[in-house]
Design a protein around this ligand. Structure first.
Ligand SMILES: Cc1cc2nc3c(=O)[nH]c(=O)nc-3n(C[C@H](O)[C@H](O)[C@H](O)COP(=O)(O)OP(=O)(O)OC[C@H]3O[C@@H](n4cnc5c(N)ncnc54)[C@H](O)[C@@H]3O)c2cc1C
Length: 352
């Protein structure tokens, strides 16, 4: 695997501290990913990409999230779009876009949570899709969550047809009718510039179908998706990054050594579980959910242990411990299947 250099990670790690208080898009981080060839990781070789095997991709996510969660997360959203394109039916448009990703660093993102974890309790779909007799698609509604939409060249999103089937399409950012709202003010990760995207009668040419129409479009084709191993790896990498900082405290406080060692052992066990599941081609949905629950729990507890060790100083805005707490909470809400939410709620209430 084309591993990123220690210098790359050292820079990412120190730059991540400057990212947090503001919401400026991390241009330099994205540019460095581009020039290091990271955007090619998930693109097939026939389009100029590197087509990394799943374990290597997860290893890359692990290292990146250990250094900077914002950067790693942005990459996963870009790759989610690319992986949907790869698993979709190949046509000239998709081939040209995948080539542009590999060769020119075209940036993509996804707005797909309204098919899985967001707005599921509403009676009406939040985005409606229909197709005119000439094959052109039309999207109308509001995509609730899109990361970095204003900086993406392409957005993979979709809507529900009148008969209930769903379609995923490639939408060019500048298409007439696409309005990107001001990013939502978040607990953490504001530099990801995440927010709503309005689609006002957006017309999408017929050849830009990424998946569907299908009853459950998120189940068509690709690996990954809600609560996938990749999401758990990001939580694990974040926990390891926090442990790196906690370890620095051990140098002056021997009493923390056992805590760090216990959390490290748990992280090692989780890493083994994730790699085994990858070898088993994702394992079952149940095992992926169990791994995600364990990863969420680990990152939450690790961030709390770090704050407890840093005491009141860690509670002051700008301290890495308070940032760790806020970033750890991201995993309770991002791409988190209901089964994982249920396990967390049971755990928090000490129910089996
Ligand atoms: C920082 C961040 C970045 C993200 N980036 C992306 C991205 O790039 N692409 C993407 O597709 N997704 C993204 N997501 C979305 C994410 O994966 C989840 O889908 C999202 O967090 C789900 O939260 P929600 O508020 O939309 O859930 P919802 O279930 O829609 O909840 C919304 C509100 O409805 C209430 N509610 C929920 N269920 C019920 C019910 N049964 N009855 C009554 N009220 C109910 C909730 O309490 C809540 O107040 C992102 C999320 C975050 C936080």
């Amino acid at each position: 695997m084309p591993r990123l250099t220690p210098d790359f990670h050292a820079w990412l790690r120190s730059a991540s501290e400057r990212l947090d208080p503001g919401n400026a898009w991390p241009d330099e981080q994205v540019e460095r990913l581009r020039s290091a060839g990271v955007l090619q990781w998930t693109v097939p070789r026939r389009f100029g990409g590197q087509e990394l095997p799943e374990p290597e991709l997860l290893r890359g996510y692990l290292d990146l999230s250990r250094s900077c969660l914002t950067t790693a997360f942005l990459l996963t959203q870009h790759n989610a779009a690319v992986q949907r394109l790869v698993s979709g039916s190949e046509n000239d448009w998709a081939a040209a876009l995948l080539t542009a990703v590999a060769r020119d660093g075209a940036w993509c993102t996804v707005g797909i949570s309204h098919f899985s974890t967001s707005r599921q309790h509403l009676q009406r779909p939040v985005v409606a899709a229909d197709q005119s007799p000439d094959g052109t698609w039309r999207l109308n509604g509001c995509v609730p969550w899109v990361t970095g939409a204003a900086h993406a060249d392409w957005l993979v999103t979709g809507g529900a047809l009148p008969d209930g089937r769903q379609v995923l399409l490639g939408v060019e950012r500048g298409s007439p009718g696409v309005t990107i709202e001001t990013p939502l003010p978040l607990m953490a990760l504001n530099a990801t510039q995440t927010g709503r995207v309005h689609l006002g009668q957006v017309r999408v040419p017929a050849d830009r179908v990424v998946a569907g129409p299908a009853d459950q479009v998120m189940k068509v084709g690709t690996k990954g998706g809600t609560g996938s191993l990749g999401t758990s790896v990001l939580a694990l990498g974040t926990a390891l990054g926090i442990l790196d900082r906690l370890n620095e405290e051990v140098q002056s406080r021997e009493t923390l050594r056992e805590v760090v060692s216990l959390l490290h052992s748990e992280a090692d066990g989780l890493q083994t579980g994730l790699l085994t599941a990858t070898a088993l081609e994702q394992g079952s949905a149940g095992s992926a959910e169990e791994l995600r629950f364990r990863a969420n729990s680990l990152v939450s507890r690790t961030s709390q242990a770090y704050l407890a060790a840093c005491k009141g100083a860690g509670y002051v805005q700008g301290h890495p411990a308070e940032r760790a707490i806020r970033e750890a909470m991201f995993f309770q809400v991002w791409s988190c299947p209901q089964a994982v939410v249920n396990s967390t709620l049971n755990d928090l209430t000490c129910r089996d």
